[in-house]
Design a protein around this ligand. Structure first.
Ligand code: 5GP
Length: 188
């Protein structure tokens, strides 16, 4: 066992969604998105990934979309863990092109309190897109502090901290092909 394998064995408590479950669910979400936007007969969907947690999900999802689309990315500051935030989200890297009058689908890894998405949606809505929707892989509705409901979501999960498939802890574990929970020791 190499040191990376040892690290996983020591720190990952449980696999919540394995590769097969993730790819099956991604296919299902893509079918919903295809049906909804094909019905509108749009000529462009701007798919905006929220860096960095959404990149693995987004790269799998867009390959299942049968729609004319372009991709873009936005990076936003996240407030410190544990802080009670009323602070605004700050844009660290903006999307590359205007979205006025465009159909925009934001791709997020996980919606927890909902504050990040609430602030981001206010920022994007101010640019007058034709439509603005949210697709998140994971949703923790029990933690919600604001009224935000994703238009598409992969899985609802309880109040546990998860890593893998793009999601990190201290910038680690993003490359795991599954989503798992961390052992409490791993936080120390
Ligand atoms: P919110 O503003 O909804 O409370 O927070 C959303 C952000 O918090 C996510 O984009 C993600 O960066 C982080 N987050 C919330 N829950 C988890 C989790 O269980 N695991 C990881 N890796 N990040 C999380």
């Amino acid at each position: 066992m190499n040191s990376w394998e040892k690290q996983l064995e020591t720190n990952i408590a449980e696999v919540l969604f394995d590769e097969a479950a993730l790819s099956q669910r991604v296919r299902e979400i893509a079918q919903q998105i295809n049906a909804d936007y094909q019905a509108l007969d749009i000529d462009e969907l701007v798919v905006v990934g929220v860096l960095r947690g959404s990149v693995v999900f987004m790269s799998d999802l867009i390959r299942q979309l049968q729609l004319p689309l372009t991709i873009d990315f936005i990076a936003i500051s996240s407030y410190a863990k544990g802080t009670h935030t009323s602070g605004m989200v700050r844009i660290l890297k903006d999307i590359g092109a205007p979205i006025t009058d465009k159909h925009v689908l934001v791709i997020e890894d996980i919606v927890d309190s909902g504050l990040t998405m609430q602030h981001l949606f206010a920022l994007l809505q101010a640019r007058a897109p034709r439509s603005l929707k949210l697709c998140t892989l994971l949703d923790k509705p029990s933690r919600r502090q604001v009224d935000i409901t994703p238009d598409y979501r992969g899985f609802e999960i309880p109040d546990v901290f998860v890593v893998g498939y793009g999601l990190d802890f201290a910038d680690q574990y993003r490359q795991l092909p599954y989503i798992g929970t961390l052992k409490p020791e791993a936080y120390q």
